[in-house]
Each structure stands twice: as structure tokens, then as C-alpha cells.
Design a protein around this ligand. Structure first.
Ligand SMILES: C[S@@+](CC[C@H](N)C(=O)[O-])C[C@H]1O[C@@H](n2cnc3c(N)ncnc32)[C@H](O)[C@@H]1O
Length: 285
């Protein structure tokens, strides 16, 4: 019964996405497509997987987190709730999501049931959750968009929520080389920020590791994937054939959204050798 209700809610949202013009429903409702952060443009077009390494890297991160039925899981920034649904199939003792966007939080809440599953509207840097209240914390595609200071505050918050031995997973965009010229790095950030309409500040794999280590975590697993979020093969792998076709149809019928998607894809392609996706799993010492 619960699965039926959840599926009905998700179908209702998909139908809304199919029939309403982007910008009229869901996250960032009311904002013009031309000004909207890139991830919400994609979500409005029916894309639900908004992280750089796709579902394959998500599954690797989850495997390394080894979530079981005694775990208390906190997810930062669940977005459209895709990873939340996988986590729930692992039957953790509890699941709490912390999402900044109210509309996204409503969508995620549609997948949750009972007192031990909830989604709070708030910021990952200051969740208001008690110390040591989680055994697993993870967040995807949510640190890259923060300033250096805010990245650190969020990692610190994950640390505060976990007891010793607690696991923290991240899945983020990365720079593939540790020896990138500063000018190339700045140019890449500028180009990404320009098309995404939101700060995009990826770190190298060793910088992500150092950030976590400097806040008291020990790195246990590192996985890499290409940053091919908007490539056809990845779209089909992440969204399924039906979802990819629905996305393509929505892109086709909306000129402004199409312009945004093509701009983003063109920058992702231009910097494909510079950019990648990384998942790190670390343990609180
Ligand atoms: C690129 S989307 C990624 C969504 C989802 N994690 C995924 O990978 O598909 C970024 C998400 O981070 C959320 N977000 C950004 N900063 C946040 C913060 N400080 N606290 C909580 N959520 C945040 C946004 O509202 C959005 O849902």
C-alpha cells in the first residue's frame, strides 16, 4: 500500500512536470528559467539524478557506507529524493534528510513514512539535530556549490552529528589534476558558474580528502567517474529510457530551457578532461 501511495505521488509530480511549463511547479517555483540554478532547470525538465557521477557512483558510495538496519542515516540535500529511496530499501533504523529548498523537501517527504523517516527544511551547516544522533551522514552534489568556508562548516556539522566510527560519504564534482594551472582552474570555475547560475567550486580529489581529514575524518574509500551528467548514455543509465525520453521531450518543447541545457552541456564537454566526479567515504576518528 505504502509503495502504491509513494509511486502515485511521484507519478503526480512527473505528470505535473510533463504538462506544466518549467518554472511553474517544483523547486525554485516562480523563478524564470533563464535565471534558475542549473540543477532546478534539469529537475523541472524531469531529471531526477542531479549528481555529477550519476547513479553508478551513488551506488559505489552507498556500498562503501554499508548502511544496515541499525544505522541512523542523515542525508544532506536530497534534492529529488532519488538516493533517499535507495537508502530506504536498506531499512535503516531511521532516516533524516536536511534540505534547504522547501519544494524539494516536500517531494522527498512524499517518499517517507512513519516517525523514523523525516525531511526537515534547513541548512546542512546548522541542522539543529543533536550531537551523535547519526551513524551515517552523506550528501551528494551539495558541497561543490558552496564557498570554501561553507564547505568546511558542512563537513564540521557531519562530524558533530556522528559518534566515533560514524561514516560520512560525499559525491561531488572534482578537478582531475592536482597540477592544474591556477588560470585554468579559475577559467573552469567561471565557465561553470556562468552556465549553472550558481557558484561551482570543485576541488581536486586530494583537496576533498584533505578537507575531510582536516576536520577529523579518516578516508576509507575513493571512487571516480567521468563528469558526463548530460551525455545521452549517462542520461539513459540514470533516468531509464522512459525518463531520458521524457527529459528530451521537455527540452525539445521549451526554447529557454533548451538554451540553458545546451549551454551547460557545452561547458561540461569543453572541460571534460579537467572535470570528474568523486565519491569519498570517511570515518570519524
Ligand atoms: C545539485 S542538487 C543535488 C541534489 C541531490 N543530492 C542529487 O544529487 O541529485 C543540490 C541540492 O542541494 C541543496 N542544498 C544546497 N545547499 C544546501 C545546504 N546548505 N543545506 C541543505 N541543502 C542544500 C539544494 O536545495 C539542492 O537540493
Amino acid at each position: 500500500m505504502f509503495l502504491l501511495i509513494t509511486r502515485a505521488r511521484s507519478l503526480a509530480f512527473e505528470t505535473q512536470v510533463m504538462t506544466d511549463k518549467p518554472g511553474s511547479v517544483g523547486p525554485a517555483a516562480g523563478m524564470k528559467t533563464a535565471k534558475m540554478p542549473g540543477h532546478w532547470v534539469l529537475a523541472r525538465l524531469g531529471k531526477r539524478v542531479l549528481r555529477p557521477g550519476g547513479m553508478e557512483l551513488t551506488r559505489k558510495m552507498l556500498a562503501a557506507l554499508r548502511i544496515g538496519n541499525t544505522d541512523k542515516v542523515v542525508e544532506f540535500a536530497p534534492g529529488m529524493g532519488v538516493t533517499a529511496q535507495i537508502t530506504l530499501t536498506l531499512a535503516p533504523e531511521s532516516y533524516t534528510a536536511v534540505e534547504r529548498d522547501e519544494e524539494a523537501a516536500k517531494i522527498v517527504s512524499g517518499y517517507l513514512t512513519g516517525e523514523r523517516q523525516r525531511c526537515v527544511v534547513g541548512t546542512a551547516s546548522d541542522t539543529g539535530l543533536p550531537d551523535d544522533s547519526a551513524t551515517v551522514v552523506y550528501g551528494e552534489a551539495m558541497l561543490t556549490m558552496q564557498t570554501e568556508e561553507m564547505k568546511r562548516s558542512i563537513v564540521r556539522e557531519a562530524y558533530r552529528l556522528l559518534p566515533g566510527g560514524g561514516r560520512y560519504g560525499i559525491h561531488e564534482m572534482c578537478l582531475m589534476s592536482d597540477h592544474l594551472e591556477e588560470t585554468v582552474r579559475r577559467e573552469t570555475e567561471r565557465a561553470l558558474t556562468g552556465v549553472v547560475h550558481h557558484g561551482v567550486r570543485p576541488l581536486t580529489v586530494s583537496e576533498w580528502s584533505t578537507l575531510l581529514q582536516s576536520e577529523g575524518f579518516e578516508i576509507r574509500a575513493v571512487e571516480l567517474a567521468p563528469m558526463s551528467l548530460l551525455e545521452p548514455r549517462r542520461l539513459i543509465r540514470d533516468e531509464g529510457l522512459k525518463g531520458a525520453l521524457r527529459f528530451a521531450w521537455n527540452v525539445f518543447r521549451d526554447l529557454e530551457a533548451r538554451r540553458r541545457v545546451l549551454e551547460m552541456r557545452s561547458v561540461f564537454r569543453r572541460y571534460r578532461k579537467v572535470l570528474g566526479a568523486v565519491a569519498l567515504v570517511a570515518v570519524k576518528q
